[in-house]
Unconditional design. Structure first.
Length: 357
């Protein structure tokens, strides 16, 4: 039996929001502070661990913490992990009126082990018993929709997304890693309904068969109005096909001893870029804000609970000193002086589980 997460299904269908999200919520268990990756049969103790909703929940929390009214259409199992994730998301102010609790289905679980600045992940997941189309039935077109290009190509939520795009919704797409290495360019047909596409460098170069993120961004600009290719420590490349503007921004350096967990940093980038898009910011500022938000996210545990709000962005801004590097950052991010940075600091949802051993 599939039941609503909340009793406000009618409100979810009739009240417009800033952003609608679809996708899978995972119960994430993250461990970090390992001295090394264990060999077969070896047990290693982690210094820290935490649990939080992951997957599309990273995007939802990151958007909500920036003040974007956010609705999430997803499924939860009627198990401990499902109750945990839905409770935390509700505590973050995310509308779950279009989500469902599914009896007899196990909430997807990911175990993420962080070491030397990167992650190894193990996931258990079975297909959701409710289709994306059923979840989105009756949901009004929002100002923006964040979608997965692979899901659109497989038909999940495609009819709703296309109708929303026709109604004026800014559809912003990303894409997952292709484990087969084939990188089917057919998925790019779905960009006809998208306002922006935000792949990372591996994804963009795989889809375009180009040798650099910059060339991949230029190639993809033939299929979508705005393309942004993120490239880790090398920053991000973007092209606005309408104006012909090309833009590159450098990554914000994070001291190695402050990098805790890179999980969800790309999702935080996408959420901040969406906020700045809805705010009507020029392309360069959108990239700068997104790069800053993702750099702050890697300093905390889990992708969702480490997502910064305006208070955290403001604390970074106010903490810039007198060094030449800090002064360069102050010039680059001078536009933050005009932002409302006095919002309350983010308080993790009360069901967050975390230990310092």
């Amino acid at each position: 039996m599939n039941t609503p997460v909340t009793d406000d299904m009618e409100d979810a269908a009739t009240q417009p929001v800033d952003v609608v999200l679809t996708g899978t919520v995972f119960w994430d268990l993250v461990m970090t502070g390992l001295p090394r990756i264990p060999a077969n049969g070896e047990e290693i103790r982690a210094d820290r661990m935490a649990t939080a909703p992951g997957g599309v929940a990273n995007l939802a929390v990151a958007a909500s913490r920036l003040g974007v009214s956010t609705s999430l259409a997803t499924t939860f199992g009627a198990d401990m992990a499902g109750r945990f994730c839905s409770s935390m998301l509700a505590a973050e102010g995310i509308d779950l009126g279009s989500s469902r609790v599914c009896e007899g289905w196990t909430t997807p679980v990911t175990v993420s082990v962080t070491h030397a600045g990167d992650r190894r992940m193990f996931t258990h997941q079975s297909p959701a018993p409710v289709s994306t189309d059923d979840l989105l039935a009756g949901v009004r077109p929002p100002r923006a929709a964040l979608v997965d290009l692979d899901q659109l190509h497989s038909g999940q939520g495609a009819s709703w997304t296309r109708a929303a795009a026709d109604a004026g919704t800014a559809v912003i797409a990303d894409i997952g890693f292709d484990e087969t290495g084939q990188w089917d360019r057919g998925v790019l047909d779905e960009l006809a309904w998208c306002r922006a596409f935000l792949p990372n460098a591996v994804e963009a170069m795989g889809l375009t068969r180009r040798d650099s993120p910059r060339e991949a961004a230029r190639d993809l600009a033939d299929t979508v109005p705005v393309v942004v290719v993120t490239d880790g420590l090398s920053g991000a490349w973007a092209v606005d096909a309408g104006s012909g503007e090309e833009c590159h921004v450098g990554a914000i350096p994070v001291p190695a001893d402050q990098v805790v967990d890179a999980t969800g940093a790309g999702d935080v980038f996408d959420a901040a870029f969406t906020w700045a898009t809805l705010a009507g910011w020029p392309l360069g500022k959108r990239l700068d804000l997104a790069s800053l938000a993702s750099s702050l996210a890697v300093r905390g545990l889990t992708g969702s609970m480490a997502a910064p709000g305006w208070a955290e962005i403001g604390a970074w801004w106010q903490g810039l000193g007198d060094s030449s590097d800090d002064q360069a950052m102050r010039r680059r991010f001078g536009f933050l002086a005009d932002c409302a940075l006095d919002a309350p600091a983010v308080t993790p949802a009360p069901l967050t589980i975390g230990w310092d051993l």
